[in-house]
Design a protein around this ligand. Structure first.
Ligand code: PEP
Ligand code: MN
Length: 263
């Protein structure tokens, strides 16, 4: 994944949408898939805001085993139904290698490896064998080198379509969910030729922090953003505090172009 292999940087295509070129791509959508109506409204909101890809979790890595764990396969079905109407490629998290064939059967466009699985080496090896772009989120306390090595596990299997996603790291600070490591953006852009995106939602953990963090990420050179939105944030089954409404997402999207232009 070293920049030495492609000094000019590389672009990953997701159904014709470029990630890593000079456009900022924003992937919007709910933390978790809840109902068909919620997904239909989310897809409409994401598309109206100008996002070209959609996120949503069917398999959720929750701290408590008693918390909602995601709808599973039934959720993938709802996600595809909603996203297809707006022609939005779908991004969803794979937690278990045993679900990989199902992800392929449901034609998941981008497979997300979550922070908690960044060093699940068997999972990384398996997604290294498929021909789908992979979003590799940074582990909660992973160093840049550990993150790069995790990406090497995927690349070593032949899949070079890897997108790094900085989502905040754990520090001594408790005033927000995680600390967005803005420094990681220029460092990764220098170390690898692959696209780097930022998830300001899981970094801050509060909706009101998301615009500032998203804007900082774009100013620091991020190729895109992964942002949680919900048609009715207060009612979200998971991560309600950090979800933007579709209007808030629309307003944020309007500010990003000028920032990207300026850098
Ligand atoms: C997510 O994006 O749905 C998620 C669980 O994030 P992370 O793995 O970064 O905690
Ligand atoms: Mn979430």
């Amino acid at each position: 994944v070293s920049r030495d292999t492609h000094p000019a940087g590389s672009t990953i295509q997701v159904r014709g949408i470029p990630l890593g070129g000079n456009q900022i791509q924003v992937i919007g959508g709910p933390c978790s898939i809840e109902t068909q109506i919620q997904m239909d409204e989310s897809a409409a909101g994401v598309a109206a805001a100008g996002c070209r890809m959609m996120r949503g979790g069917a398999f959720k890595p929750r701290t408590s085993p008693y918390a909602f764990q995601g709808l599973g396969v039934e959720g993938l079905e709802m996600f595809q139904t909603a996203a297809k109407r707006h022609n939005l490629p779908i991004v969803t998290e794979l937690m278990d290698v045993r679900m990989l064939d199902t992800f392929m059967a449901y034609d998941v466009d981008v497979i997300q490896i979550g922070a908690r699985n960044m060093q699940n080496f068997d999972l990384l090896k398996e997604v290294g064998r498929v021909n789908k772009p992979i979003i590799l989120k940074r582990g909660l306390s992973a160093t840049i080198n550990e993150w790069l090595m995790a990406a090497e596990y995927i690349a070593a299997g032949g899949n070079h379509n890897i997108i790094f996603c900085e989502r905040g790291i754990r520090t001594f600070e408790t005033a927000y969910r995680n600390v967005l490591d803005v420094t990681a953006i220029p460092v990764l852009k220098r170390e690898t030729h692959l696209p780097v995106i930022v998830d300001p939602s899981h970094a801050g953990g509060k909706a009101w922090m998301v615009p500032a963090l998203a804007q900082a990420a774009v100013a620091a050179g991020a190729d895109g953003l992964l942002i949680e939105m919900h048609p009715n944030p207060a009612e979200a089954w998971c991560d309600a505090d950090q979800a933007l409404s579709s209007q808030q997402l629309t307003d944020l999207m309007k500010t990003l172009g000028a920032i990207a232009q300026a850098v």
